[in-house]
Design a protein around this ligand. Structure first.
Ligand code: GDP
Length: 371
């Protein structure tokens, strides 16, 4: 319970709510009750006025205070320009203390056992003295327009572990937006002393690519099938994976899991050598029975050692930073353009003209860009 000492009652309620199992899911937004009591309103206004200063939040983060960390992340996730300005200042102050972590991406279809696996791995890590932050990238969550506050309840053991911090996916209109917030959250978590950052995504759309470009090690969680392991798996994901871990290798599934391991290992050999010079590995585990988790961690450490020795580790991080710089510019330019009211109104007219074959896509684009 020591962790709760650092939490607001709001966070405690998140930790003890039992609605959902996955941090990738969202609770439906609950509208706040209408407040008519003048006293209550004054209290809220007072509370708003006493929001901690940037300095206090940064100090709190450096002191590994979870409430300060959560508040700073909320600023990062906010749409309010004033909050974003504050968030930027906090991130800037945190940067010198960032970067000292191992960032691990985990993807896999719903039901493959991501939460169970992350909990087992997370517990192993906190057991050996690590501090683990679990973040999620789920752009689809923004579609429900629900609250992002749900769902701290999966991985209950990890949630109650004072050396672990679990934050559900930010909501956002675009993958770029969600990914940016997650990247900034990584910096804040690192500054708060978390040395292992796990970022989870369900492979919707491009989210694996986004997560791959913010982590050091990318792990694909799979299930054993009926000998058709390679079917239905996107080639790009195999190319990104540093490890394929076949989960639920227990009970009757042990045999097909072993066969799947052989098949994946064979397939991975057909891919060209990676820039990291790391040969992706296939392993088996049962997250539920806590088997094979330590060997996955040992494999990750081996990767870290090898890529730090051959300098790929730092090269990759700087190319990721360059990628995100360009990505941010692209996102900003795009949203600036599409948010212009003249573009909004003219775009629909041009789309109609295209439909009627009265203009070409190129001429229409040229016209809109020149507005
Ligand atoms: P997620 O949707 O990928 O996060 O998957 P969950 O972790 O929620 O797991 C989905 C279901 O699979 C749950 O009922 C888990 O108990 C079960 N599960 C997870 N890992 C294992 C495992 O290693 N073996 C078995 N038999 N079941 C597992």
């Amino acid at each position: 319970m020591g962790y709760y000492k650092n939490c607001s009652s709001f966070e405690i309620s998140l930790k003890t709510s039992k609605k959902h199992k996955s941090a990738l899911k969202e609770n439906e937004g609950i509208s706040p009750p209408e407040i008519t009591d003048a006293f209550a309103i004054t209290k809220i206004q007072k509370k708003r006025q006493t929001q901690p200063s940037i300095e206090a939040l940064v100090e709190g983060i450096f002191n590994q205070n979870i409430t300060a960390l959560s508040r700073a992340i909320t600023l990062v996730e906010s749409k309010n320009a004033n909050h974003l300005e504050k968030a930027n200042q906090i991130i800037k102050a945190c940067l010198p203390k960032a970067n000292n972590s191992l960032r691990i991406g985990i993807t896999g279809v719903p039901g493959v056992g991501k939460s169970t696996f992350i909990e087992a791995l997370g517990k192993h890590l906190t057991g050996i003295g690590k501090k683990v932050a679990v973040l999620a990238v789920d752009p689809s969550s923004s579609l429900t327009k629900g609250s992002i506050l749900g769902d701290k309840t999966r991985m209950e053991d990890l949630v109650n572990d004072q050396n672990a911090y679990i934050r559900p996916s930010a909501s956002g209109d675009t993958l770029g937006g969600v990914a940016r917030k997650t990247r900034e959250t990584i910096i804040l978590c690192e500054a708060a002393g978390f040395d292992t950052i796990i970022i989870e995504t369900v492979g919707v759309g491009q989210s694996e690519t986004a997560v791959h470009s913010m982590v050091d090690f990318f792990l694909l969680l799979k299930l054993a099938g009926a000998g058709d392991e390679l079917q239905g798996i996107k080639r790009g994901i195999i190319e990104m994976a540093d490890a394929i871990v076949i989960n639920k290798a227990d009970g009757d599934t042990i045999k097909p899991a072993k066969l799947a391991k052989v098949e994946f290992s064979r397939a991975l050999h057909l891919y060209p050598e990676k820039d990291s010079k790391w040969t992706p590995k296939v392993s088996l585990c049962s997250a539920l029975k806590n088997e094979g988790i330590v060997s996955v961690w040992d494999m990750i450490l081996e990767y870290e050692k090898q890529t730090k020795e051959n300098k790929f580790f730092t090269t990759k991080r700087s190319s990721q930073n360059q990628f995100w710089l360009l990505q941010t510019i692209e996102d900003r330019l795009k949203s600036n353009f599409f948010e212009k009211s003249i573009v909004k109104s003219e775009l629909s007219k041009q789309l109609k003209l295209i439909e009627e074959h009265k203009t070409t896509p190129f001429a229409a684009a040229e016209y809109l860009l020149n507005l």
